[in-house]
Ligand binder design. Structure first.
Ligand code: NAI
Length: 162
């Protein structure tokens, strides 16, 4: 029997921004304590992926994307079906001042390779983050954001001088 469905997936761009040395991560107030992720946002009707990335990065943190590269995609069922379209983006090294859009985000910040690599190595779950000085917590492996951050760390590490 053929299965038909009128259900649709909504395209969402998720962007890991780097200035060459650091990556930009952000959190919403609804996230578990300490959790920071890549910038995500629904595509508007009529937009290309490139336009959606540029608009979302500008809207959420006030930065201008210099270049971007598609990386991977993922079906994301929470809370409704989204097609997550992952891109890595760069901003110009001299233009890195973040202006957080507090209507969309609670915080956004640049993180060093060391900080992000250490967070990836930590096995802790969200419930273990009880101390006052919250360590950076990254999205779990089931989220494409985790793999984008891991890929960035691997790329940065492999380009370090020996
Ligand atoms: N798999 C992953 O690694 C990650 C997935 N996400 C997902 O990306 C999606 C977008 O993230 P945010 O913008 O931060 O979400 P959000 O939940 O903050 O949504 C932003 C706004 O878009 C509205 N909205 C909901 N469904 C929509 C649709 N189909 N089309 C247009 N607007 C819609 C919401 O009402 C809200 O006002 C969420 O579903 C989130 O779960 C976000 C980060 C990481």
């Amino acid at each position: 029997m053929a299965i038909s469905s009128a259900a649709k997936m909504a395209p969402v761009v998720i962007t890991l921004v780097t200035d060459g040395a650091r990556c930009l991560l952000a959190r919403q107030s609804s996230f578990p304590k300490g959790l920071y992720s890549a910038l995500a946002g629904f595509c508007d009707i009529g937009e290309s992926v490139e336009e959606a990335v540029q608009r979302e990065v500008a809207e959420e943190v006030g930065l201008e994307v210099e270049s971007l590269q598609y990386s991977a995609s993922q079906h994301w069922p929470f809370p409704n079906s989204s097609l997550m379209i992952a891109c890595h983006a760069t901003v110009k090294p001299g233009q890195t001042e973040i202006q957080v859009n507090l209507r969309e985000l609670e915080a956004a910040a640049w993180f060093s390779l060391d900080e992000v690599a250490a967070a990836l190595m930590r096995k802790g779950s969200f419930t273990q983050q009880q101390s006052d000085a919250l360590p950076l917590v990254l999205p779990p492996k089931l989220a494409i954001a985790h793999h984008m951050i891991k890929k960035w760390v691997e790329t940065q590490t492999s380009s370090l001088p020996a």
